[in-house]
Design a protein around this ligand. Structure first.
Ligand code: C2O
Ligand code: CU
Ligand code: CU
Length: 491
């Protein structure tokens, strides 16, 4: 049975399963007109506080706690790091040591993951198997290599089973690894984009099992915790925007018409020359490093709808179900107002070092990872009978699914057998994209989250140069990760 598109499903709305499932929407925050959460729309974009390293070290405390925190122009009962949604931005340099005391003041276990950073997964490093109990403090320590790639990264909890809930609740923040040679721009901004759904009492709406299977999409999309803020700028300047897709499941297809956009890089990848773009698509967890050359006028930062495919029910007579929650039309993320006296002409962007090209290197081993979501006959009903698997298995922290030899390059084929998009995120080691669908990628593109569209395959290469240890790879539709779409790799 062919999956139906989201648009088709909307036309069919109210019929059959989709109609039954939509019943769960009763709880969502309406947020459309005249609500206190819209009252502050239009406020100037603010940014999380910044904690910067000095003398090669940054030592901080991050307290994860629930509170009545400022969010979307009002106050809501959400989760935050150090009382903020997002948490503080960490600004570090290659070669730095980062020490974080994580204070768990939640009512459930948590832990901390530095998404995209190339640091050791062992011990009290970037270890996703740690479990920090409520009330407990834990001291993490990370040593960045001198060769760490500059760029925008982020941090979030990674306790299996609670990752989506804790990020949806508000626990995330940006990390910037500074460029060794600064890129001359007029100003820099961090834009952490996240989504959430609040109920009428201003609490995070719980996700139903169907939300989890489809990958929940909150009905408020926030930029730095604000709903539809305004970015004001003067014309003729260059602004560097570091954009994080911190949404649990939503993909972001971003547009900013009327402004000239150049992409410096994605994730930890940097293009040799900035690339003019009209749109950027970020799967959950992806980041964009963007230069906006400002032109006088009013513009809107938009997230256009993304079709993430449908959930195959695999039963004759049962229609496939598309992800829901996202508007069928575009979502306005922010207003951009450019006016005033033109700023000084910026210096040209310096060329970037040519990144290492793994296509030229010898492959020591190949592997295939197959992501699937399907009805498991006779399986537990905890996901409505659906199983979210990699290579037919659900996550088991005690099992090692893939072993690699340090110092080698591997070529991986990522196969998505389901009618819904998934992604693959690998901790510690970035992936170079070789082929996606039928398309050969000629540029050197290095990412740590790779989208694998429904019923397609993607080929990547990974260099395992350093950091022996055990860590994970998983779908970054984080509801799927929590449902078991994760495996363990040991280097
Ligand atoms: Cu952004 Cu394993 O996570
Ligand atoms: Cu990660
Ligand atoms: Cu998935």
């Amino acid at each position: 049975m062919e999956p139906i598109s989201r648009r088709r499903a909307l036309q069919l709305g109210g019929l059959g399963l989709a109609g039954v499932l939509a019943g769960g929407l009763g709880l969502v925050w309406k947020g459309s007109r005249g609500t206190r959460f819209d009252a502050a729309a239009g406020a100037e974009l603010s940014e999380p506080s910044v904690l910067s390293s000095t003398g090669g070290e940054l030592a901080i405390e991050l307290e994860a706690a629930e509170g009545n925190l400022p969010v979307a122009g009002g106050r809501a009962q959400v989760l935050g790091f150090n009382g903020g949604v997002p948490g503080p931005t960490l600004r570090i340099r290659p070669g730095d040591r980062l020490r974080v005391r994580l204070r768990n003041r939640l009512t459930e276990p948590t832990n901390l993951h530095l998404h995209g950073l190339h640091v050791s997964p062992a011990g009290n490093g970037d270890n996703p198997f740690l479990r920090i109990e409520p009330g407990q403090d834990f001291d993490y320590e990370y040593q960045l290599p001198d060769t760490h790639l500059p760029g925008v990264y982020w941090y979030h909890p990674h306790h299996h089973g609670l990752v989506a809930d804790q990020i949806f609740g508000g626990l995330y923040g940006a990390i910037i690894v500074d460029d060794p040679e600064p890129i001359p721009v007029t100003r820099e901004r961090v834009l952490v984009i996240s989504d959430l759904t609040l109920d009428s009492a201003g609490r995070i709406a719980p996700a139903s099992m169907m939300d989890r299977m489809l990958g929940r999409e909150g009905n408020l999309v926030l930029v730095n915790g604000q709903h539809r803020p305004t970015v004001t700028a003067v014309p003729g300047t260059w602004e560097r925007w570091r954009i994080v897709n911190a949404c649990v499941s939503r993909y972001l297809r971003l547009r900013l018409d009327g402004q000239h956009l150049q992409l410096l890089g994605l994730d930890s990848g940097r293009f040799p020359a900035p690339r003019p773009v009209e749109e950027i698509v970020l799967a959950g967890g992806n980041r964009a490093d963007l230069v906006v050359s400002t032109t006088a006028g009013s513009a809107q930062l938009l997230a256009l709808p993304v079709d993430r495919g449908a959930m195959g029910m695999g039963h004759p007579g049962m229609r496939d179900i598309p992800p829901r929650g996202q508007d069928a039309t575009e979502t306005i993320l922010a207003a951009v107002e450019v006016s005033g006296v033109a700023g000084p002409q910026p210096a040209p962007l310096p060329p970037q070092p040519t990144p290492r090209d793994l296509r030229r290197e010898t492959v020591a081993a190949t592997a295939t990872f197959t992501l699937d979501a399907g009805m498991g006959m006779g399986m537990g009903m905890d996901a409505g009978g659906m199983r979210f698997t990699i290579d037919g298995r659900e996550f088991d922290p005690d099992r090692t699914d893939h072993t690699v030899r340090m110092g080698t390059v591997e070529e991986w084929t990522l196969v998505n057998n389901s009618p819904m998009d998934h992604s693959l995120h690998l901790h510690v080691w970035p992936m170079q994209l070789l082929r996606t669908g039928g398309r050969v990628v000629t540029e050197i593109i290095r990412q740590d989250v790779v989208d694998i569209p429904a019923r397609s395959r993607v080929t990547v290469r990974v260099a395992f140069d350093d950091y022996p240890g055990r860590t994970v790879y998983h779908c970054h539709v984080l509801d799927h990760e929590d449902l078991g779409m994760m495996g363990v790799i040991e280097a």
